[in-house]
Design a protein around this ligand. Structure first.
Ligand code: NAD
Ligand code: DAU
Length: 369
């Protein structure tokens, strides 16, 4: 692998191959975070066979994986985790040793408009996967089911404090309630059936391949096109931002060395109010686009607040730092500059997504199984 690809992938850790890493199933690999996890596992673990199971909903885009699609240890399978007959066949056709489960409906605003898709995919789909593992796995000691979750399950913080792994669950949106339910079910399978599981709860990710419905890519798109940047309420809500490759490196570590039955919080210790973050992004974009300073900030438009908008998220990631020696590789300024650079160099990607062209191309290539 060329060294610049390795550099883009961020921290590299020495990982001893485990039995559950022979053939792994990664769900949601065509989405934002999943595509980075797939690239990392395919690149750093050539001995591991990586299966990417994705339904290709509006959020799935195989263009995210063009550079590794012909790698000998990679295979794409189109399918729906809500389809139990399909999952049963899949686990018969392949001897799957480990699962990294990312497939989900992920956007809070969509969950407010239409909760049912979140209940189906995030809750029922997760249980379907757990059942498929239970049905197929005879020797549980060689297997692992890893559920990727969110800090939103913990609810909303006031001005002080951090979410730890012991913070009580208090989800407030249909999205976070569906992720909390799936976390509980994963733990229930650990206690009831002895299913080997790990869970991680991460803060807000940003970086290449993120769908432009989320704050940062939406703002980059609108600044590029001189359109209004919608800020909910007064822009005082706080999020803790982590570069997506740093999340992917944490996932790789937890998958290979995490203690079964345990939860790991992952965050960047990098809190920003939405308005401060957007002002910083406007300054970076003016510089990169060689616009008069202040041009992009004029696009900021305050709009009606999100219903039940959580005030603040912030993560204490001491456990993963101390137990697994993980830390983020980039500062926020480096990560944001890299992100903006990627979107500017991949304007065709953004146009394919906003026009919807990406959907017809791959959906006709891959039949759903
Ligand atoms: P995303 O929306 O970009 O991607 C989700 C992927 O899942 C898509 O490729 C989609 O096609 C696939 N998918 C959806 N429904 C499916 C189904 N029924 N069957 C098979 N595939 C299906 O999501 P993301 O932002 O990459 O998030 C990935 C995971 O990480 C989610 O579980 C999310 O809850 C969690 N997470 C996200 C963040 C974040 O900041 N984005 C932070 C913490 C945790
Ligand atoms: O914390 C982790 C979560 O982060 C993940 O679990 C979710 O999958 C992911 O979508 C993200 O949720 P948020 O709701 O925090 O992300 P979003 O980008 O939608 O919004 C970030 C903040 O910006 C939030 O306070 C709402 C605000 N916002 C968002 C949009 C889309 C705006 O002010 N304007 C907007 O147009």
């Amino acid at each position: 692998r060329n060294p610049s690809v390795r550099m883009e992938l961020g921290n590299e850790y020495q990982i001893k191959k485990q039995t559950h890493m022979k053939t792994i199933l990664i769900t949601g690999g065509a989405g934002f975070i999943g595509s980075h996890v797939i690239r990392r596992m395919v690149t750093f673990h050539p001995e591991t066979r990586v299966l990417n199971l994705d339904q290709l909903t509006y959020a799935g885009n195989l263009e995210n994986l063009k550079d590794i699609e012909n790698a000998p240890n990679y295979q794409f399978i189109r399918g729906d985790i809500c389809n139990t007959a399909f999952l049963e066949r899949l686990f018969q056709d392949y001897e799957i040793d480990g699962v990294i489960h990312l497939a989900a409906e992920s956007h809070v605003d969509r969950s407010i408009a239409d909760p049912m898709a979140f209940i189906n995919t995030n809750i029922v789909g997760t249980v379907n996967l757990l059942n498929a593992c239970r049905g197929a796995w005879k020797d549980l000691s060689t297997k692992l089911f890893y559920h990727i979750s969110t800090d939103e399950v913990y609810g909303s913080l006031g001005k002080d404090g951090l979410f730890t792994e012991e913070t009580a669950y208090d989800p407030r949106s249909p999205y976070s309630a569906s992720k909390a339910s799936s976390d509980h079910l994963v733990r229930a399978y650990y206690h009831t059936y002895g299913m080997p599981v790990v869970i991680s709860n991460c803060s807000n990710n940003y970086g290449p391949n993120q769908f432009p419905e989320k704050l940062i890519p939406l703002a980059i798109h609108n600044i590029l096109n001189m359109k209004p940047i919608p800020i909910y309420g007064k822009g005082e809500n706080i999020r803790d931002w982590l570069y997506v490759e740093d999340h992917a490196s944490a996932i790789e570590l937890i998958f290979s060395r995490g203690v079964h039955g345990r939860t790991y919080n992952i965050g960047g210790l990098n809190e920003w109010t939405n308005i401060d973050l957007i002002r910083l992004l406007c300054r970076i974009m003016d510089e990169k686009l060689e616009r008069v300073p202040g041009t992009s900030e004029k696009l900021i438009t305050f709009v009606k607040d999100r219903a039940g908008h959580d005030l603040r998220y912030a993560i204490d990631s001491t456990r993963i730092e101390e137990e697994l020696n993980w830390k983020p590789s980039l500062t926020f300024e480096q990560g944001l500059a890299r992100t903006v650079e990627w979107y500017l160099q991949n304007i065709a990607w953004m146009e394919n997504v906003t026009s919807g062209a990406y959907q017809s191309y791959y959906r006709t290539q891959y039949e759903e199984r």
